[in-house]
Design a protein around this ligand. Structure first.
Ligand SMILES: NC(=O)c1ccc[n+]([C@@H]2O[C@H](COP(=O)([O-])OP(=O)(O)OC[C@H]3O[C@@H](n4cnc5c(N)ncnc54)[C@H](OP(=O)(O)O)[C@@H]3O)[C@@H](O)[C@H]2O)c1
Length: 311
């Protein structure tokens, strides 16, 4: 190879390397996301990155970007149909940021159609394969359809947990009664229950019940999915109370809402495809909501789901 060609190659690889790490430099500048300790001693970041509605290249690019800007918890599910794309994003994010897989906390979920011991075992293998990982940090039963085999699924989860293939097991969308039923036969107590939680559905009673059972609450759709399902002042990003609190602290509505959730000790997983919003969503650890703010937010509670089709 001539000297000139070698120089062209060297130049191209510098460009490629620069591109490969582009956007990740901030990772080192940022304080790491605080973690909470689950009931089995495993640590979980208090804020992570949600991936529902993201697919294909958008999912891959967003997950890689999220890891680059400092997210360490990635939340997906079999039913989102994006585990392979998310897995590719994880691979890219690790490559671009230079972190180890062990620094990440990957959650996926067992869908209702895969319930039962045998089907759960097979679904787990498929999730591992699609995500391109050899263990999962947190595996959740996605939703408790009563006619499905929850005990059989849980037994499979317990076995995989005992085998070291999953670091923590948990559930999603379980009521307190459903948690108690599970606890009546579980050998391993669920570490997490992921439920809908935002200012219009605040879930303090559920949180109280989970804390009494040493189960960590995790909030899904913290920003109400970005949807504007209610009347004018119930649009999350223009709600006058949240806008006012944001102005007081020099923060956005998203930051006020996410801060309100983590200040409760609840884990949350906002989704966005925008790098600026990813950074904004992580920038919530330098202020605190006071008693007056909390009272005003409490008054926004409609105490009902904003996703009736899902629940
Ligand atoms: N277990 C369950 O049953 C369940 C159910 C639903 C969701 N989940 C999980 O929870 C995650 C989050 O819920 P979600 O996806 O419904 O939505 P979400 O996080 O409540 O809201 C996402 C929307 O908020 C916007 N957004 C995010 N950050 C913003 C910011 N800083 N400023 C302005 N807008 C912002 C996004 O906008 P852009 O369009 O700009 O990106 C997007 O439209 C899901 O992705 C999934 O992982 C679980």
């Amino acid at each position: 190879m001539s000297r000139k060609i070698k120089m062209i190659f060297a130049f191209a690889s510098v460009i490629l390397m620069t591109n490969a790490v582009q956007g990740c430099s901030r990772t080192e500048e940022q304080a790491p996301v605080p973690r909470v300790t689950l009931n089995n001693g495993v640590e979980m970041p208090i804020i992570g990155f949600g991936t529902s509605m993201l697919s294909g290249e958008v999912a891959t690019k967003s997950v890689a970007e999220a890891i680059c800007v400092g997210f360490r918890l990635i939340d997906t599910a079999t039913t989102y149909g994006n585990e392979a794309a998310v897995g590719e994003g994880i691979r890219l994010g690790i490559e671009r940021s230079g972190i180890d897989r062990e620094e990440l906390f990957i959650t996926t979920k067992l869908w209702a159609d895969d319930m039962g011991y045998e089907k759960a075992m097979a679904a787990f293998e498929k999730s591992l394969e699609d995500l391109g990982v050899d263990y999962i940090d947190l595996w959740l039963i996605h939703r408790p359809r009563p006619r499905e085999d929850i005990p059989g699924s849980w037994r499979a989860m317990e076995e995989l947990y005992a085998a070291g293939k999953i670091r923590a097991i948990g559930v999603s969308n379980f009521t307190t009664e459903q948690l108690d039923e599970l606890l009546s036969y579980a050998k391993v107590s669920p570490a997490v229950n992921q439920i809908e939680t935002h200012p219009f559905f605040q879930q303090f009673e559920a949180q109280h019940d989970m804390e009494a059972r040493n189960i960590r609450m995790e909030a899904w759709s913290p920003l109400v999915g970005g949807n504007n399902l209610q009347g004018e002042d119930s649009k999350i990003f223009t709600n006058s109370v949240l806008v006012g609190i944001g102005e007081k602290h020099g923060k956005s509505v998203a930051q006020v809402v996410l801060r309100w959730i983590v200040q409760r000790g609840v884990v949350t997983i906002p989704r966005t495809t925008e790098r600026a919003e990813m950074l904004e969503n992580l920038d919530i650890f330098d202020f605190e909501l006071d008693g007056d703010d909390l009272q005003k937010i409490a008054a926004l509670d409609l105490d009902k789901t904003q996703f009736p089709h899902w629940n």
